[in-house]
Design a protein around this ligand. Structure first.
Ligand code: PMP
Length: 391
């Protein structure tokens, strides 16, 4: 039976990691994998998380099962950061823990399907796993153009998609720090009223909260939508903004039209979670809860997040300042964009030349992780870009 299986294409980014690891050049630059890096190229455990984990080791007295909803203290503690002061929107929001933001996206799509959604509108390019999850769940995709050539969000395209949506459609939007383009919507009020007018279900994916302009600034668009629409699904990841990648920490929130509808919605999400992973891994979520339940640790986490955000903004400024040195790549737009990623309009040949001649590793799509750059390698990267784009 198993010999019926055809080999799948290897994950392109994993192949890139391997190539980078095998490259002996000391000044090689890794802009491939989507993790934050410090000025020294490290992806350390947050200081706040280390202390929260220590507290967990000292105080946790059981590892007995929780339930499909995971650590409810964790999901509740995050809510004011996501939804603001009225964190349940009048008793209409409830959350559950998921294995990473990926688990939350999966649950959002599966729950939407269970509720009768048959098609999801999605801006492209997007995080490649969005398409994989939609295909795996058996959901039809209606793509629209996410960004214009000059590095702005294609507002007309998203408004057009929402206007054309059928009542059984949903619209999947990145809340902030769009992966892979870094291009975020600025006119969320227009998107929010279009969603409300169309009566279409929004699925909001928030994987980089706090890594763009600030915690409140980054979530303002999501809040604008939630104030305008009757119901929504929100997928949230703590893997970037708490540096917990491999611990798989995510949350899934459901906003119902009426508080009395919430139990039925949550029970469906619980049964889907049960069938998928039974319950989420506990450790990372419990560490986040410990951070958010302790004012000192919360302060430390906020400082760490600010440090990361400001470093990435500095790298963006350096690249934008080199706009004249590398014409045609629209580097100036990077200063306006947010988060870990940007897309450079490079050809496959130019991307290969960057790798072969200069030891610069980036995704075949032209996506770069701006956190892979720092004071010690940005000039080299700009010179390499100038080299491959000349002539
Ligand atoms: N959504 C988007 C847009 C992402 O970029 C990612 C992670 N790269 C996720 C969701 C999932 O994140 P996690 O690693 O927490 O599963």
């Amino acid at each position: 039976m198993l010999d019926n299986l055809q080999a799948q294409a290897p994950d392109a980014l994993l192949a890139l990691i391997k190539m980078h690891a095998e490259d002996p050049r000391e000044d090689k630059i890794d802009l491939g994998v989507g993790v934050y890096r410090t000025n020294d190229g490290a992806t350390p455990v947050f200081r706040s998380i280390k202390q929260a984990e220590q507290k967990l080791i000292d105080e946790q007295d059981s590892k007995s099962y929780l339930g499909p909803e995971g650590d409810t203290g964790f999901t509740a503690a995050l809510m004011p950061y996501i939804f603001g002061e009225d964190a349940t929107m009048g008793g209409r929001i409830e959350g559950m823990q998921t294995p990473g933001g990926t688990g939350a996206v999966r649950l959002a799509v599966a729950l939407a399907q269970q509720a009768g959604v048959t098609r999801i509108h999605m801006g492209t390019p997007s995080w490649p796993n969005h398409a994989q999850i939609l295909a795996d769940v058996g959901m039809e995709v209606a793509p629209f153009n996410h960004a214009t050539k000059d590095g702005n969000a294609d507002l007309d395209a998203v408004l057009g998609a929402i206007r054309d949506a059928k009542p059984t459609d949903a619209v999947l939007l990145h809340g902030c720090c769009h992966n892979p383009t870094g291009v975020d919507y600025t006119e969320w009020d227009k998107i929010a009223s279009a969603l409300a007018d169309a009566g279409v279900l929004p699925i909001l994916d928030v994987a980089y909260h706090g890594l763009g302009q600030g915690l409140d600034e980054d979530i303002a668009g999501v809040r604008t939508v939630l104030t305008a629409v009757p119901e929504a699904l929100i997928a949230y990841s703590c893997d970037k903004n708490f540096g917990l990648y491999r611990d798989r920490v995510g949350a899934f929130y459901m906003m119902a039209k009426e508080p009395n509808q919430l139990d039925a919605i949550v029970s469906n999400a619980n049964s889907l979670a049960r069938a998928n992973w039974s319950m989420p891994p506990d450790h990372g979520g419990a560490a986040v809860r410990n951070v958010l339940h302790d004012d000192t640790l919360t302060g430390e986490w906020l400082d760490e997040l600010t440090e990361m955000r400001e470093r990435m903004r500095r790298v963006r400024e350096w690249l934008a300042a080199a706009d004249n040195e590398v014409p045609g790549l629209n580097l100036a737009a990077l200063a306006e964009q947010n988060g870990l990623f940007a897309m450079l309009p490079l050809s496959k040949d130019q991307i290969a030349k960057l790798r072969e001649d200069h030891g610069v590793y980036m995704a075949g799509s032209g996506r770069i992780n701006v956190a892979g750059l720092h004071a010690g390698n940005t000039d080299k990267f700009i010179a390499a870009l100038a080299d491959v784009t000349q002539g």
